[in-house]
Ligand binder design. Structure first.
Ligand code: SDX
Length: 443
């Protein structure tokens, strides 16, 4: 089999007129070449099976572009991340999470008036139906809040049924419900887990102070808003807001492609995020650092185990499918950790261990030769610890931050020209056809 690209003119439009030739069983096929706005190139194999009988096989979809998307651009070799064309560094420095959510959903930074209107709409949509509070009583004590979040978000579909005709107004309401209510549900699940009465969202507070107040104020203690903590959580949400076709976002697109209810679609995304190879890594990093602290070492022994193919240990928060250099989000979070932990009375021995681990790993040929660098999760748990967020809530905060990104991808897919049910093929490796055997004659 051979594939060659003809022509090299990068154009804004994806249909370039270039083709790739593929030779299979001596027969040659011309396949269209498509290019993205930043020069990424792909061979469009959609017609290959029909023409040749061949499908492509791609473990973990490492070489598969599953869609066209205008939301987020990543250059993993150069450590570049942009939302709708804006560098993540600029958004992290100048924007708020609410503004970034608007940008992801609607493609442009909002004007001051649009932002005000959007924030107000989010606030007006933040209460969950009062009957939903019964659910929280039913979960067993100690339930993981990601399980509660996934279940409760799916149940929103029963309280807020989606009209048969999804017009722009109904769609805007669903998007606002999800962005706002994911945060309310997260705070309620925390309050229930510690046996405190729930705190309702306030119309007067912005997105992040509202969340922190629902989490930390109680009838006997007001939560005093600390602007440094608000900034840290806002930054955390911005950095997690989207990351193109990662595991949970691909889950959202795949589930959504069946035309499933959008609340169920986001619940599926939350479930995919939970695993320790994905969003659950922010908890796993802290567990790893605590283990190193308890063992009293500097991490050398842990790194030895992470490199050993006979163990399942991995250096959590390291490595990435796309980034083959430092994840730009990790650099921003590391800088912010320094800032937050430099405040009087704020130290964290785990931050020192994390920096030491990074130093050792980035001098080690195992990590260097495989391009394994810190990813977003390496320092994010440390920021959350410094902000007083409980350990069990770390992945929930990732989910809150990622909700606008999931919704932007769902919306893009739903309104896009490529919209077809996602249905990959397989290479069957089981037994060939065989005769059914009587129960008494088996074994
Ligand atoms: C997120 O995709 C996204 O965009 C995700 C995300 C987002 O914003 O949505 O960025 C968020 O999920 C970040 C990743 C969080 N996960 C972790 O930190 C868990 C630790 N990392 C790894 O498990 C791993 O690096 C992955 C899952 C992140 C990526 O896996 P890949 O692309 O399938 O890479 P691989 O497992 O095939 O690894 C390649 C090689 C292997 O060694 P060899 O077989 O070539 O000898 O690198 C080794 C791996 O064993 N390796 C590691 C390692 N990560 C990869 N070895 C030790 N420690 C690690 N962390």
């Amino acid at each position: 089999m051979a594939a060659t690209a003809k022509g090299d003119t990068a154009k804004r439009e994806t249909a370039t007129g270039e083709t790739a030739t593929i030779i299979l069983e001596g027969k040659s096929y011309e396949l269209p070449v498509v290019r993205g706005t930043e020069g990424e190139k792909a061979v469009d194999i959609s017609g290959l099976r029909k023409a040749s009988g061949f499908v492509t096989l791609d473990r973990g979809y490492e070489n598969t572009g599953s869609c066209r998307s205008a939301i987020t651009f990543i250059d993993g070799e150069r450590g570049i991340l942009r939302y709708r064309g804006y560098p993540i560094e600029d958004l992290a420095e100048h924007s708020t999470f609410t503004e970034v959510a608007y940008l992801l959903l609607y493609g442009e930074l909002p004007t001051a008036g649009q932002l005000e209107e959007f924030s107000t709409f989010l606030n007006e949509s933040s209460l969950i139906h009062e009957d939903m509070l019964h659910f929280f009583v039913g979960f067993p004590r100690g339930s993981h809040p990601m399980g509660i979040l996934a279940t409760t978000v799916a149940s929103l579909s029963t309280f807020y049924p989606i009209p048969d005709q999804l017009d722009g107004k109904a769609e805007r309401q669903i998007l606002a419900n999800l962005i706002s209510q994911v945060r309310t549900i997260a705070a309620i699940s925390y309050k229930k887990s510690i046996g405190e009465p729930i705190v309702y969202p306030s119309y007067r507070l912005r997105y992040v102070p509202n969340f922190l107040t629902m989490m930390f104020s109680s009838p006997v203690k007001d939560y005093r808003i600390d602007e440094d903590i608000v900034r840290a959580i806002d930054l955390f949400f911005i950095l997690h807001a989207d990351h193109e076709q990662n595991c949970s976002t691909s889950t959202v697109r795949m589930t959504g492609s069946s035309l499933a209810n959008v609340y169920a679609v986001i619940s599926a995304g939350i479930s995919a995020l939970w695993g320790p190879r994905h969003g659950g890594a922010n908890q796993a990093v802290i567990t790893m650092l605590q283990q190193i602290l308890a063992e009293g070492g500097d991490g050398t022994e842990f790194i030895r185990r992470a490199k050993d193919r006979n163990t399942t240990d991995r250096l959590m928060g390291f490595g990435h499918r796309v980034y083959k250099s430092y994840d730009p989000r990790a650099s921003i979070l590391k800088r912010h950790c320094h800032k937050l932990l430099n405040r009087p009375g704020m130290t964290d021995p785990l931050f020192d261990i994390a920096q030491r681990l990074e130093e050792i790993a980035l001098k080690d040929d195992y990590f260097l030769s495989r391009n394994l660098y810190p990813n977003v999760d390496f320092y994010s748990g440390l920021i959350l610890r410094a902000a007083g967020i409980p350990y069990d809530m770390f992945t929930v905060l990732f989910a809150i931050g990622r909700t606008p990104g999931w919704l932007a991808h769902w919306r893009e897919m739903y309104h896009g020209e490529d919209f077809r049910i996602a249905r990959p093929r397989q290479i069957y490796t089981g037994p060939g056809a065989r005769a059914w055997v009587e129960r008494s004659k088996r074994g």
